[in-house]
Design a protein around this ligand. Structure first.
Ligand SMILES: O=C(O)CCC(=O)C(=O)O
Ligand SMILES: [Fe+2]
Length: 317
């Protein structure tokens, strides 16, 4: 590794053994998850339930998806900011993104596929994407269970939380910047979800900002995904967990793509009483998570949006 700081990013294994609730390896992984999210806001998860073959199929499917005409991709609309198609405002745009809401549901994936390929898709797009979405959602649920358990929250509370999660699957494509110097293609931001689980195509470029304010390039290991805490998890945890500030910085001459799974709570999120005490007074009001995107949309439309602390403006006490 060129950069010794790369070693600072925690790596947690989610093999079959660690996925077994109640085992010693589960408890060890759980403690690492909490520590990583509180200290760094992210970690690399090694998760081989998503096979190399499936991963390759997903990225081949994405190449075909992004090769479609812009007018077709624009049919992927959503009332929520950043849930449907968007591109950056350069012409031609070098960053495009598409999203499938409720992506663990096969009907939603089929609807998306029919919108993009009204004449039919022979490459089993729906099957591949649906399988991928469900495997990554499973990882998200394990991480969520570990977080709940590490704070001593009841299993029932966790079950009902998980039942209310909806998964937005987002695909990004970045053209090669075509300049010698490195270019920041996606500016620094935190995600608006609870948790984001991301993996890129062969081309790296994601950088995370850990405690010391330095940008660390993420070097993905085989079978690895970055698990990032996002704004809603920070609020839910009453500021115990830090959201991961990240950006995309590319100097490669190759096209890059990435797939992200973002978890959202469909109802009102309450800060657990167990996470409120004298030392940690309640810092957020209960909040409608999906409503956060309407709030952001309004901020953007009225020119008031600044990336920093949006969740505090939305539901901070
Ligand atoms: O493409 C990446 O690696 C990061 C994308 C990202 O941060 C986002 O879409 O929110
Ligand atoms: Fe992001």
């Amino acid at each position: 590794m060129d950069n010794p700081k790369l070693q600072n990013l925690p790596v947690i294994n989610f093999d079959q053994e660690n996925l077994q609730h109640g085992t010693e390896s589960w408890s060890l992984a759980r403690n690492k998850v909490r520590h990583a999210l509180e200290e760094y806001g992210c970690f690399l998860a090694v998760y081989d339930a998503v096979s190399f073959k499936l991963r390759d199929s997903v990225f081949s499917a994405l190449e075909k998806l992004f090769d479609l005409p812009v007018e077709t991709k624009k049919k992927n609309t959503s009332d929520r900011l950043f849930f449907g198609y968007f591109s950056n405002d350069r012409n031609p745009s070098i960053h495009e993104s598409l999203g499938i809401e409720n992506s663990t549901n096969i009907e939603e994936v089929k609807k998306f596929s029919e919108l993009m390929w009204p004449q039919g898709n022979d490459d089993n797009f729906s099957g591949i994407i649906h399988e991928y979405a469900n495997l990554v959602a499973k990882l998200e649920q394990v991480v969520t269970r570990m977080v709940f358990e590490s704070y001593g929250l009841e299993k029932l509370k966790c079950d009902s939380h998980i039942d209310s999660i909806t998964y937005l699957l987002r695909f990004n494509s970045y053209e090669a910047p075509g300049v010698d110097e490195k270019t920041v293609i996606a500016p620094p931001h935190t995600d608006k979800s609870l948790i984001t689980i991301l993996t890129p195509s062969q081309v790296n470029g994601l950088e995370v900002n850990l405690k010391d304010e330095q940008w660390i390039p993420v070097d993905f290991l085989p079978s690895s995904f970055i698990v990032m805490a996002a704004d809603a998890l920070m609020a839910w945890s009453n500021d115990r967990i830090r959201p991961c500030l990240h950006r995309v910085h590319m100097n490669a001459n190759a096209r890059r793509s990435s797939v992200l799974m973002l978890s959202y709570h469909k109802g009102v999120l309450h800060i657990p009483q167990e996470l409120i005490d004298e030392e940690n007074p309640q810092r957020y009001k209960p909040f409608d998570h999906l409503g956060y995107h309407s709030f952001l949309k309004k901020e953007v439309q009225t020119g008031q949006h600044v990336q920093c602390d949006a969740i505090k403006r939305y539901c901070g006490v």
